[in-house]
Design a protein. Structure first.
Length: 424
């Protein structure tokens, strides 16, 4: 039984199917929705994610459909000073500029490639639970009562993952009473002053206002703020499912974006002067605790992407880390020849996969914390004074320039050495 079944045709699931196909491994994807996920909005892909998309033959197709950029500026709302810059890409240093691209563009590009390769994607089929999980394979059930078998079952089913329940039956993601409130508006409306760099995060003691260009020519921007949702009226837990998609919630979000503008410069007043409620996106933040295991004891049920690690948005690494999960797993399975006949090697490879990936996710979580800390209006993290208000640069080499192929080659070379040592 060499087949791999993937639950979820989101960015992780589709990318994994392509990665496996490149290694000659058959996969089938099951997606609960009738059509591909479209939660709207653009996402930011950094060089580590773009390298994976390039290897999957997706990057060249989506690049002309997105906005390429290198850095995000942080500015003070009160003084207009540049506080620091955060590098999202750099062709010379990391091989790629960062790309802001609509999620639908990315999903469609992946889906078209999946279909071109003849990889089966079954829409409207909701995974329910694992029936049996042995070293020989997995039997699992769908919500319609039907069952299937697979050599390896991969849960790429997002933060509310059902596959994860097999590993953590009682785990529920926690709503942290925060939401990202964003809108898309025409860039022309902002009257961006000459020489003013966007994307920018304008920080004030009350919070930060983000402006990030999208569309190929930057003719549209995403604007946004984070909102604390507390109390009966604003607590998501007391609202019916899907509340964030209602017109009422969107109109309320428009008012929220327009409030408190007196603390921000004119560009923010302009940005929020006209907002179409239909272009509002509300993103409730959930967290999942750090998980000790991303695979079952047999390593035949695996979770990845948001199902394994929900990464807060500060460093823009959610999708990028999911792409790394996918790519390293495909490389390992490719070397194992599918869902692995050699049980020990399969188990060891999957253990290595999780250790390697978890260590990088941990570093990203640490980076997130550093970014959040720096966004707080405190002078003691500044380097220098006066015009030298720029903070020390982040070292992002480890994040954007990781050699994932090299890491997997090295691991297999080590396994070979060890098994030869045992034989001798
Ligand atoms: C508004 C917003 C902006 C973001 N911006 C960025 C960004 O700029 N950069 C970045 O790196 N990250 C960003 N993220 C995070 C990023 O979207 C996630 O990390 C990423 O989507 C995770 O992909 P995934 O495939 O693991 O999960 P998902 O995208 O959640 O996909 C899971 C799929 O599984 C399907 N599914 C769920 N349950 C079942 C079931 N029982 N049976 C079958 N199918 C099922 C779902 O329908 C869905 O299609 C953003 C997130 C949001 C919400």
């Amino acid at each position: 039984m060499d087949s791999v079944t993937i639950i979820g045709a989101g960015l992780s699931g589709l990318a994994l199917a392509l990665g496996l196909h490149l290694k000659g491994i058959r996969a089938t994807i099951y997606e609960s929705r009738a059509t591909p996920l479209n939660i709207g909005g653009a996402v930011m892909i950094s060089p580590n994610g773009l390298r994976v998309l390039d290897a999957l033959n997706i990057y060249q197709g989506v690049k002309p459909q997105g906005y390429s950029f290198d850095r995000l500026d942080f500015k003070s709302a009160a003084t207009g000073d540049l506080l620091e810059t955060y590098e999202f890409g750099n062709a010379d240093r990391y091989g790629y500029r960062a790309l802001r691209v609509y999620r639908t563009v990315l999903i469609n590009a992946l889906l078209e490639e999946v279909e071109r390769k003849g990889i089966p994607v079954v829409f409207g089929k909701r995974f329910s639970h694992v029936v049996e999980d042995t070293a020989q394979g997995v039997t699992f059930a769908f919500a319609d009562g039907s069952t299937e078998k697979a050599g390896l079952l991969v849960g790429a089913d997002g933060i509310h993952s059902k596959v994860r329940r097999h590993l953590y039956p009682d785990l529920e993601p926690t709503f942290i009473h925060m939401a990202g409130i964003t809108a898309a508006v025409p860039t022309a409306q902002l009257k961006v002053p000459e020489g003013y760099h966007i994307p920018v995060t304008i920080t004030s003691p009350q919070g930060a206002f983000v402006i990030a260009p999208q569309e190929v020519d930057g003719s549209e921007v995403l604007i946004g703020k984070q909102r604390r949702l507390l109390g009966d009226d604003n607590d998501e837990a007391t609202k019916p499912p899907g509340w964030e998609k209602t017109l009422e919630a969107k109109q309320d979000a428009v008012r929220f974006l327009q409030q408190g503008n007196e603390q921000f410069p004119e560009i923010v007043h302009n940005a929020t002067s006209q907002i179409d409620p239909a272009r509002i996106n509300i993103w409730p933040f959930y967290v999942v605790p750090r998980l000790e295991r991303w695979a079952s004891a047999t390593r035949r049920v695996v979770i990845l992407g948001d199902a394994a690690h929900a990464i807060p948005p500060s460093a823009g690494q959610g999708i990028n880390q999911a792409f790394e999960d996918v790519y390293v797993l495909a490389l390992l399975l490719g070397r194992l020849g599918g869902a692995g006949e050699d049980e020990k090697l399969h188990t060891d490879a999957l253990s290595f996969w999780q250790e390697y990936r978890q260590a990088r996710v941990d570093k990203v979580l640490d980076l997130n914390r550093q970014i959040d800390l720096r966004r707080m209006p405190s002078d003691d993290k500044l380097v220098g004074t006066g015009s030298g208000v720029l903070k020390e640069e982040f070292d992002l080499e480890w994040l954007y320039n990781a050699d994932l192929n090299g890491v997997v080659d090295e691991w297999f070379a080590k396994q070979k050495e060890e098994s030869q040592a045992v034989e001798n």
